[in-house]
Design a protein around this ligand. Structure first.
Ligand SMILES: [Zn+2]
Length: 173
């Protein structure tokens, strides 16, 4: 979603806040990344907007990747808080004129400046991908517990053969 910066400024002057909803998905080295829900708002940093604007909200995200421990497919759910200043490059923040002159006297229209919200959010998610990526909270523990439980009754050899079972199962898949 691309938003014209001037539209944000106008809406904020009129309404004080501007809602924005985004859902998108893209591929990363780790797998498929999805922003399943983002309901955010553009806000003014101060009452008159002289210090610019920011985008705030909470992204609900999902990463389809492989479990760090067992290598099986894992769906990792995570949230990312968004709190980022918004200003297009070259646009004097707080300027209310729709046309601006640079030092050469050339005129460019600030209304043409736009924001790619999808790209902003995409970058924000990539910076906040979960470090721990497991198929379930106790992935490793489940396997270890199973080995320990089976091994506890009849000694270490049984535990070892269970471990071989587990590894064998994984190889078979
Ligand atoms: Zn796992």
């Amino acid at each position: 979603m691309v938003i014209i910066y001037k539209d944000i400024v106008d809406k904020l002057a009129e309404l004080g806040a501007l809602d924005v909803s985004v859902a998108l998905a893209f591929d990363d080295e780790l797998g498929r990344v999805e922003i399943t829900r983002f309901d955010g708002q553009f806000m003014k940093i101060d009452d008159d907007g002289e210090n610019g604007y920011y985008l705030t909200g909470e992204m609900e995200c999902r990463l389809d990747t492989l479990c760090d421990r067992c290598g099986e497919p894992a769906k990792v759910l995570f949230n990312v808080s968004v709190n980022m200043p918004i200003e297009p490059s070259g646009m004097p923040v707080g300027g209310s004129d729709s046309e601006v002159s640079d030092s050469e006297g050339d005129i460019f229209y600030s209304g043409a400046e736009s924001l790619d919200i999808d790209e902003l959010l995409r970058q924000e998610v990539l910076l906040n991908l979960p470090v721990k990526r497991l198929c379930s909270e106790n992935c490793r523990n489940t396997v270890l517990d199973e080995i320990v439980a089976k091994g506890a009754g009849d000694g270490w050899h049984s535990g070892l053969s269970t471990l071989k079972d587990v590894l064998g199962l994984k190889q078979a898949k």
